[in-house]
Ligand binder design. Sequence first.
Ligand code: UTP
Length: 413
Amino acid sequence: MIENELFDVLREHGQEHIIEAYKKLDETGKEKLAAQVEKIDWSIVEKACNFKAGHEEFAQERGKLEPLSALEVSEIEKNKAKYEKIGLDAIMAGKVGAVLLAGGQGTRLGSDGPKGKYNIGLTKDVYIFERLIRNLQDVTDKAGCFVPLYVMTSDKNNDETIAFFEEKNYFGYPKDFVKFFKQEMAPSVDFNGKLYMEAVDSLSLSPNGNGGWFYSMAVTGVLEDVKARGVEWLNIFAVDNVLQRIADPVFVGATLDSGCVSGAKVVRKAEPMEKIGVLCLEDGRPSIVEYYEMTEEIIHSREANGDLSYNFGVILNYLFRVDQLEKIMNEKMPVHVVEKKIPYINDNGEVIKPETPNGYKFELLVLDMIYLFENCLSYEVVRDYEFAPIKNKTGVDSVESARALLQKNGVEL
Ligand code: UTP
């Protein structure tokens, strides 16, 4: 983009302060900043100007919502041997890969660096990444073969993540089966929609949410590896659930057996108001409704047997068919505007790390992907065996609560 065009674009969007910053830079700095500005999707930045404070995120217009029944634990238990065989056969045929979403910044946990490096051990070192690899090894030991693992990082934590896996010798997992790829970054703005800068020659960029993972696999070339290996299904999972089963053969088998093109692990809601996204149908398609979007009816309505109609919440563990992912890859997904604490440089060039939220970040969320699939198997798991997310240091979904659940499941810490 030539300089005049760059200035026009910035003026048009009320970002004159970036022009002033640009003018002070040398050629290298100018090129860097211009390249960042060129990548901005202004339609997203404009959302921030219309955003009403007080809402955690933008609520979308919803279609007609209806409950979606789940394959419940009792039914899964009855068919466990059958599902497990189907799943193990697929794994042994090399058709299943796993994608670890580890590009987030873990701000609630408040630890600098990759969340997976966090040590949750009590009497010995137990890192989150290590715990996840052990969970995967439960499956690969049983299958007698390895499952390719793709790890999504971001510019903020990629080098540190790779260095950690190297230092720990991939926790005994074969390096050839682990590939890292970086997600896209998005700009951050203040409450008036003005772009923040994090250095004299750089906008404040942060990872663009966990919803762009497949697009990032494609643009970074990692998808080539998926195809070269003949992987047909990808199991997506979050870094912070230390109890989750990865490439779980029973889940894989049940999804294949159902004929669905995607599957989602769900847990029974602990109580109607629980802050968890619920898997349901929207205009006949699978869809996830976040807790803050739920109407009173969705929260409280019950079936004839007394169960909540919208009874199953997602735990960020999905199975997607690769050919379907390719079909939907370029579909527009909703952008969520999230209030966050955004480090920035002030007019004197000093780096400020705010104590309270000072602006918005823009994120795509993997939960919005579900709606792009024709169908999805809702697959119930027992919370105490498979759901121990680490979001906070203490309290709900914390290091403390996850430790207790790990110990309950016989994991030594
Ligand atoms: P969270 O929504 O918990 O976000 O991510 P976070 O960034 O880890 O934590 P907070 O909100 O700042 O405290 C759920 C999963 O999605 C991944 C995270 O690494 C985690 O596995 N994620 C999130 C990404 O891979 N990229 C992102 O941009 C955001």
